[in-house]
Design a protein around this ligand. Structure first.
Ligand code: FNR
Length: 377
């Protein structure tokens, strides 16, 4: 199998960079400003070490975890990332198929390049093929500019198509300043002869009431909007807020009727200098540990290894999302690449758990990690 030369998720990134058109590579890989949020996501893992226990029977283990109400085979889900067609003509279909085959959730983006209806159909035919309800779809919601009307239409679609959880992204009042993308656009403009004109420069008064630059999608969304969002979505399926980075906002979320929060700095693509989700987990543990019992806490950002996933679970996360690695895995390889990526992660989690003396992901807790270095931040 040619895919077995790919030994870890970083290998997919290296291969993807070789074959992706420049524009697509930049869109997938870019991050904000100084890249501090992005880089720090990886650095945080190196600040947590594992505390393995030995001489325990680890022949049989279970990796099952309930993620936003769905019993998943792994404590892992495919995070929302827009425009998978930039990597492969089948786009998000590869992710839905891979997720179904390994029985994990896929959360496509509001800006999926394949329609949500087609993804729902794809999941259904995957399930029919095995005669089993494997896999599920979550709906990621960006409240659009015409907030209520647009969001309600998305929510109605999601319900009709049987998406099983609503993930409301709350860190994207505007799009972050991703300089690689801006440079690329500027180079294109330059090459196509569009020249800078002095009178087209933006108004220097920042207080002017003019449209928000860099694309506003959810700039008018507020806490109170969660009331009508919850009402429209219904009570029987979870609502989770994605893009929370402080313990204060987890407290706010707990006061509302949401089922979970999803700690994330958007893979370092929104605000710069935002802590890693590992760090925010630690903050919650330090200041409001009772929140772990009130809400389900999900995380993402820089997860590439089985041990990364294990560290977050030890700190109290229910499950972990991965964004870029799945986009890179479908690039060039389609569904096979996505399956290989899930297999690698699953194998790494299992091997590390056995070496830690743990037989069930629910046993992972603070006693298996040393966070002293991360606490210094
Ligand atoms: C994203 N992310 C994202 N999040 C979201 O809520 N809606 C979206 O449409 C997108 N789109 C998107 C596109 C691309 C190309 C990337 C890389 C990311 C953020 C995503 O859900 C997740 O938070 C990060 O990708 C997690 O970091 P890693 O796993 O990429 O390091």
């Amino acid at each position: 199998n040619p895919l077995s030369v790919l030994q870890n998720l970083d290998d997919f990134e290296i291969e993807a960079q070789k074959v992706l058109p420049e524009k697509s590579w930049i869109y997938y890989s870019s991050a904000t400003d100084t890249l501090s949020s992005h880089t720090n996501n990886r650095v945080a893992f190196s600040k947590v070490s594992l505390r393995p226990r030995v001489l325990r029977n680890v022949a049989r283990i279970s990796l099952q975890k309930t993620i936003m109400g769905f019993r998943s085979s792994l404590p892992v889900f495919i995070a929302p990332a827009a425009l998978a067609k930039l990597g492969h003509p089948d786009g998000e279909l590869c992710l839905t198929r891979g997720a179904a085959r390994y029985n994990i959730p896929h959360c496509p983006s509001t800006y999926s390049s394949i329609s949500h209806a087609e993804l729902a159909k794809c999941l259904q035919s995957e399930q029919e093929a095995v005669g089993n309800k494997r896999g599920t779809l979550f709906f990621q919601l960006y409240a659009p500019i015409n907030k209520r009307e647009g969001a309600l239409k998305h929510i109605a679609d999601a319900k009709r198509l049987n998406f099983t959880a609503l993930v409301v992204t709350v860190d994207s009042a505007v799009i972050g300043k991703r300089e690689e993308d801006e440079r690329y656009k500027a180079r294109l403009d330059h090459d196509s002869g569009i020249v800078f004109q002095a009178n087209s420069s933006p108004d220097p008064d920042p207080n002017l009431d003019r449209p928000v630059p860099r694309g506003a999608h959810s700039s008018t969304l507020e806490w109170d909007d969660l009331i009508w969002i919850r009402e429209a979505w219904g009570k029987d399926r979870p609502v989770v807020l994605k893009g929370i980075a402080t313990v204060e906002d987890v407290v706010e979320a707990a006061k509302r009727r949401v089922d979970g929060v999803y700690l994330s700095n958007h893979g370092g693509r929104q605000l710069d200098y935002v802590p890693s989700s590992l760090h925010t987990l630690l903050e919650i543990r330090l200041f409001h540990p009772e929140l772990f019992d009130k809400l389900d806490i999900y995380v993402d950002g820089g997860f590439r290894r089985g041990t990364d996933v294990i560290k977050a679970l030890c700190l109290g996360a229910k499950a972990v999302g991965l964004g870029r690695p799945f986009m890179y895995s479908l690039t060039g390889y389609g569904t096979g690449g996505v399956c290989r990526a899930i297999e690698i992660l699953s194998d790494e989690i299992q091997t590390s758990m056995r070496l830690m003396g743990v037989t069930n992901v629910d046993q992972l807790d603070m006693s298996y990690v040393n966070t002293a270095l991360l606490e210094l931040e």
